[in-house]
Ligand binder design. Structure first.
Ligand code: GDP
Length: 363
């Protein structure tokens, strides 16, 4: 699962991305080819891991990770091939969700491509590029679809109808939002690989002074817009994130407390991104390691087991499941079993966030 960081030049994308790679469990770059976006892998912070590891006296902790791609270079005219426009748009096509960084900080030393700071205008500039690119795709597809729909199958009629509605939305300057469609239609829409259908979260990059202060008017504006779209706005200061990411963990907590913050901006983005992608975590724990695993919400036990090893899925017998809170309350798995809090679940069990699982399987 991958989140693409997009935004106009000079809004703070690289600064944020640096914070990600510094905080990263590992990072991979593509130095051989400057057009390739940078990829950073970062651990998903989860305080449950330390507590579980203490319970099992685990030798190590393995968090789950999420991947970010820095998609720099999106400018006005990208959809018409300005700059390296189409290249950048194709990078966006490959990600699962978008973190759209919007500049909400004033700084005379940092040039704005349009001369002044204006988050709504900036956001619209990016949206228009995505919309133009999608209109191209939709119009091409409509040509085919109109011909096919004449033959009259139900599926083809639906495709034509959906494409026409998407076109109308795009022409009104709107992103294509799941709320406008039935689940069946939305499934079909996924196959079009559009840019404007990707889940989005907005990252408002504010100045050092504005962090922890009440929202400035620029952020308020952005929040009002995003709430209409049903999207979330995370307020960060990229410069401070870069500093936080360099601190050792103990100092990080201290620094955040001094700033009156519960969580770093980066951690907020990671958690929001995780949610946006419909991801949840289940856990495995033992003396060797305590580990977090990422699955999509709605995954059944065998599918979750398959994350660990395909053999676990193939030979799945059952899953011994204890909700994290219950396990902690019990203080050990033996006690949890005594209390009846550890359940034996079969193939149809839908795994929940925070389930601590031991899989039984045939080899
Ligand atoms: P990008 O083009 O979107 O990747 O933007 P950069 O991350 O390179 O940032 C552009 C400039 O803005 C750099 O000089 C940064 O130091 C500066 N900058 C980024 N974030 C902040 C911030 O939160 N506050 C201030 N004052 N400057 C920032």
């Amino acid at each position: 699962m991958e989140i693409g960081i997009v935004g106009l030049p000079n809004v703070g994308k690289s600064t944020l991305f640096n914070a990600i790679t510094q905080a990263g469990a590992e990072s991979a770059n593509y130095p051989f080819c400057t057009i390739e976006p940078n990829v950073g892998v970062v651990a998903v912070p989860d305080e449950r891991l330390e507590k579980l590891a203490a319970l099992y006296q685990s030798e190590k902790i393995v968090p789950t990770t999420i991947q970010f791609v820095d998609i720099a270079g999106l400018v006005k005219g990208a959809s018409k091939g300005e700059g390296l426009g189409n290249k950048f748009l194709s990078h966006i096509r490959e990600v699962d969700a978008i973190a759209h960084v919007v500049r909400c900080f004033e700084d005379d030393n940092v040039v704005h491509v349009d001369g002044s700071v204006g988050p709504l205008r900036d956001m619209e500039t990016i949206h228009l590029e995505l919309i133009f690119a999608d209109l191209d795709v939709v119009e091409k597809r409509l040509l085919k679809s109109r011909k096919l729909a004449k033959s009259g199958s139900k599926e083809q009629q639906m495709e034509l109808d959906v494409l026409q509605r998407i076109k109308t939305l795009l022409e009104e300057g709107k992103l294509v939002n799941q709320r406008h469609f039935t689940p069946e239609e939305w499934n079909l829409i996924q196959s079009f690989q559009l840019l404007t259908t990707k889940p989005v979260l907005y990252v408002a990059n504010v100045s050092e002074d504005d962090l922890g202060a009440p929202d400035n008017p620029l952020v308020e504006e952005l929040k009002a817009y995003a709430s209409e779209e049903g999207a979330q706005v995370i307020v960060i200061c990229a410069k401070i994130e870069e500093e936080i990411a360099q601190l050792p963990p103990e100092e990080k907590a201290e620094f955040l407390e001094e700033m009156g913050l519960e969580e770093s901006g980066l951690d907020k983005i990671i958690h929001a991104g995780y949610k946006l992608l419909g991801l949840i975590t289940y856990l495995t724990a033992g003396p060797k390691e305590t580990r977090a695993w990422t699955i999509t919400e709605g995954t059944k036990a065998p599918g979750a087991a398959g994350k660990i090893h395909t053999d676990f899925e193939r030979g799945f017998i059952r899953a011994e499941v204890t909700p994290y809170e219950k396990l902690l309350e019990a203080g050990s798995d033996v006690k949890s079993k005594e209390m009846g809090w550890t359940r034996s679940e079969g193939k149809e069990y839908v795994v929940k966030d925070g389930d601590v699982i031991l899989f039984r399987f045939n080899v």
